[in-house]
Design a protein around this ligand. Structure first.
Ligand code: NAP
Length: 569
C-alpha cells in the first residue's frame, strides 16, 4: 500500500482551511462559474460538483480559467458516481480519469468515494494522491451505523482527508458521529457529519469534535445533501467559526421543529450579548432520544415545545412554581451535576405584552382554548388579579381548566353578550394555511385582541378585529417575551429584546412578505442601535448583505499561498 508522503502538507492545511466548504452546482461550466464568482468573495473554500454538469470533462478548461483567476480559493473537485449517491453515470475508471484531469486543471483537492477506491488499482489511487489532495469519502444515505467498521476499511487506502457522512434518523446519531470524530481526529484528518434534518447538531458541532471542516449549501434551494444548511446560516446564525470546546449548547426540542424561529432569535441574542453559546433545532421524535443526547453533547438548556411540554415534567429534578401550577414546562436548565430544572416562560410571554399596555388587576380577559398555552395564560393572568373567562371547543377540558385556575367557563352563546378588555386566541385557528377564526365578528367586543398565532401575522381574526378598530397585540410579542425570559434564565443577562424582535420580524417577512400597509408592527421591531437592517430575500440579496457582515467578523481566511496547493505535485 502506498504510504502518504503528504501528511505534513495536509497538517498545515488543516489549520488554514476555513471551517465551511460551500457546495457549488450548475448545469454547465458557465453556470457553475457564475455561481462560484458570486460566492468566492465570502467563500474561499468551495466544492465544485462536477457530477452535476452535463459534460464534466469538456467543462474543465473553462473551470481552469476560474481557478487561475482565484488562486486565493481552495476548490474541491467532486464527481460522485450515481451508484454512490451522485449524478455521474460513468465507471470508476472514468471517474478517476476525470479527477486526474481536474488535478491537472488546478483543483487542490478531489473527492473520491471509498467504493471507487475499492474498484481501482492501488497504483491508480496512489498516482491520484501524488497529483492532488485526496478526500476519501463514504456516504450512508439511510442511517448512522457501523462507523468504526467502515472507517477501518477506508483506512486501508491512503488519503489526505477521510470523510464519513451518514444520515441521522435520531438525535443520538449526531452523538455517535461526534464520538467517532473525537476518536480519530488526532491521528487522521477527518471530515464527518450527519445528513438529514436531525443532523444539524453534527453540522454545527462536528468541527469541535474534530471534523476539519463541514459542508454548506450556497443558498436555500442549492442543497447537495439532505439537511444541508446554507453557509450564511452556519456563519451568521450558528457562528460556526467560533464554536469551540467552551461553547455552551442550547436548543429547541419538539416534533416538528423544522420551521421554528427560535434558532434565529436565540442565536441573535447570544451573539448580541457575546455569550459563547449556540442554539440548535432539535427534532426529537421521542423524548427518550432527546434525553439520551442531553448529557453527551452536553446540552445546557432547552426550549421545550409541542408535544413534550407536559411529558418533560417527569424528567425534571425540580421546577418553578408556575411549572408545577400549570403542569407544563417550556424551559429546561441543565446544571453542572446533570440535573434538569424546569421553568415556564409561556406565562411571561402572555403577561408581559399585556402589562405593557394595561393594569391586569381586575381586567376582564377571555381566553379561547384550554391547551398548554391557554393554561399558562389562565394561571398567569389569575395570578395577576385579572378576571379570566374561558371558552373551548371541548367543554369538559375548558371547564376543568376554569376550575383549576379559578376562572369562569363561558358558553359560546354568551360571548357576544359580553364586553372584555382583552380576548386571547390560544388555539391554532388561523395558523398557516388554516384561514378559520375562533370567533365571529359580532363576538369581538373587546379593547384588545391578542392572537397568539403569529404565522401569518394577519389572521382572519386579526383582520376582523382591525375592522372593528380593536387594538391588536401580535402573537410575535409572546414568542419574543417567552424567549427573552429563557435567555435571562440561561445566561443571567438581560435579554436584548429589540434585537430578538427585529430578527424574528424580518424572518417572518421573508416567510410571508406582506404589503407594508398590512403589517402589524411589534413595538420593539426596530433595528437595534449599531445594527444595520437584516438582509432581504431572495437568497442573492441575503448573501450580499451577509457578505458585508462576515467580512468584518470572525471568519478565518486561509493564507493565500497555503490555500492554493496544499499537497505536493
Ligand atoms: P394545544 O395544547 O394543542 O391546545 C390547542 C387548543 O386549541 C385546545 O384547547 C383545542 O381544543 C383548541 N383547538 C384546536 N383545534 C381547534 C379547532 N379546530 N377549533 C377550535 N378549537 C381548537 O396547543 P397549545 O400549545 O396550547 O398552542 C395553541 C396555539 O398557540 C398554537 O397553535 C400556536 O398557534 C399558539 N402558540 C403561540 C406561541 C407564541 O409564542 N405566540 C407559543 C405557543 C403556541 P380542544 O381542547 O377541544 O382540543
Amino acid at each position: 500500500m502506498h504510504s502518504s508522503p503528504s501528511v505534513f502538507a495536509s497538517r498545515i492545511q488543516r489549520f488554514r482551511l476555513p471551517r465551511v466548504c460551500v457546495a457549488v452546482v450548475g448545469e454547465d461550466a458557465s453556470n457553475i462559474i457564475d455561481r462560484a464568482e458570486s460566492l468566492v468573495r465570502d467563500n474561499l473554500f468551495m466544492e465544485f460538483r462536477l457530477d452535476y454538469l452535463a459534460q464534466p470533462a469538456s467543462a474543465l478548461p473553462k473551470l481552469k480559467q476560474f481557478l487561475d483567476m482565484h488562486p486565493e480559493a481552495t476548490v474541491i473537485a467532486t464527481c460522485r458516481r450515481a451508484v454512490n449517491g451522485g449524478k455521474f453515470k460513468g465507471s470508476a475508471s472514468a471517474q478517476l480519469d476525470l479527477l486526474m484531469k481536474a488535478a491537472a486543471t488546478g483543483f487542490q483537492l478531489v473527492d473520491i468515494e471509498f467504493q471507487s477506491a475499492e474498484i481501482l488499482k492501488p497504483s491508480e489511487l496512489a498516482e491520484l494522491k501524488d497529483r492532488v489532495g485526496v478526500i476519501l469519502s463514504f456516504h450512508d444515505f439511510k442511517a448512522t451505523k457501523k462507523l468504526e467498521e467502515t472507517f477501518a476499511e477506508m483506512k486501508r487506502y491512503p488519503a489526505d482527508f477521510y470523510k464519513v457522512v451518514s444520515t441521522a434518523t435520531t438525535l443520538y446519531d449526531n452523538v455517535q458521529m461526534m464520538k467517532f470524530l473525537q476518536a480519530h481526529s488526532a491521528q487522521h484528518e477527518m471530515v464527518g457529519l450527519c445528513m438529514g434534518e436531525q443532523g444539524i447538531i453534527s453540522r454545527v458541532l462536528g468541527v469541535r469534535a474534530g471534523s476539519v471542516f463541514t459542508f454548506a449549501a450556497a443558498t436555500r434551494g442549492e442543497e447537495t445533501a439532505p439537511g444541508q444548511v446554507t453557509a450564511v446560516e452556519l456563519r451568521d446564525t450558528y457562528r460556526i467559526e467560533i464554536v469551540d470546546a467552551a461553547t455552551q449548547v442550547y436548543g429547541v426540542a419538539g416534533d416538528p421543529v423544522a420551521h421554528s424561529l427560535s434558532p434565529i432569535m436565540m442565536n441573535a441574542a447570544f451573539r448580541r450579548e457575546t455569550v459563547n453559546a449556540v442554539y440548535l433545532s432539535l427534532h426529537a421524535k421521542t423524548l427518550k432520544d432527546l434525553q439520551a443526547c442531553v448529557p453527551d453533547i452536553p446540552i445546557r438548556g432547552l426550549s421545550i415545545t409541542m408535544p413534550y411540554k407536559q411529558d418533560i415534567v417527569e424528567a425534571l429534578s425540580n421546577s418553578d412554581a408556575l411549572t408545577r401550577q400549570i403542569g407544563a414546562c417550556n424551559t429546561v436548565v441543565r446544571s453542572q451535576d446533570g440535573k434538569l430544572y424546569g421553568f415556564n416562560t409561556d406565562v411571561f410571554g402572555v403577561v408581559v405584552p399585556l402589562e405593557q399596555r394595561m393594569t391586569l388587576q381586575g381586567a376582564k380577559i377571555l381566553v379561547i382554548g384550554a391547551g398548554g398555552v391557554a393554561r399558562a395564560a389562565a394561571f398567569g393572568l389569575k395570578n395577576k388579579g385579572a378576571e379570566v373567562f374561558i371558552i373551548n371547543r371541548t367543554a369538559e377540558k375548558g371547564q376543568a381548566l376554569a376550575r383549576q385556575a379559578k376562572a369562569k367557563y363561558l358558553k359560546r352563546a354568551d360571548v357576544a353578550k359580553m364586553n372584555f378588555d382583552v380576548i386571547i386566541n390560544a388555539t391554532p385557528l388561523g395558523m398557516g394555511a388554516n384561514r378559520q377564526s375562533p370567533l365571529e365578528e359580532k363576538e369581538l367586543n373587546t379593547k384588545f385582541l391578542f392572537d397568539l398565532v403569529y404565522v401569518p401575522a394577519e389572521t382572519k381574526l386579526v383582520k376582523m378585529a382591525r375592522a372593528r378598530n380593536i387594538q391588536i397585540i401580535p402573537g410575535l410579542e409572546m414568542f419574543v417575551q417567552q424567549g427573552a425570559r429563557q435567555f435571562e434564565i440561561w445566561s443571567g443577562k438581560p435579554a436584548p429584546i429589540a434585537e430578538m424582535s427585529f430578527v424574528v420580524t424580518k424572518a417572518l417577512e421573508r416567510l410571508e412578505p406582506q404589503p407594508v400597509e398590512d403589517q402589524v408592527p411589534a413595538p420593539q421591531a426596530q433595528p437595534p442601535a449599531e445594527e444595520k437592517p437584516a438582509p432581504k430575500p431572495p437568497a442573492k440579496l441575503a448573501a450580499k448583505a451577509a457578505r458585508k457582515k462576515t467580512a468584518s467578523s470572525t471568519v478565518r481566511k486561509p493564507a493565500k499561498k497555503a490555500a492554493k496547493k496544499p499537497v505536493k505535485r
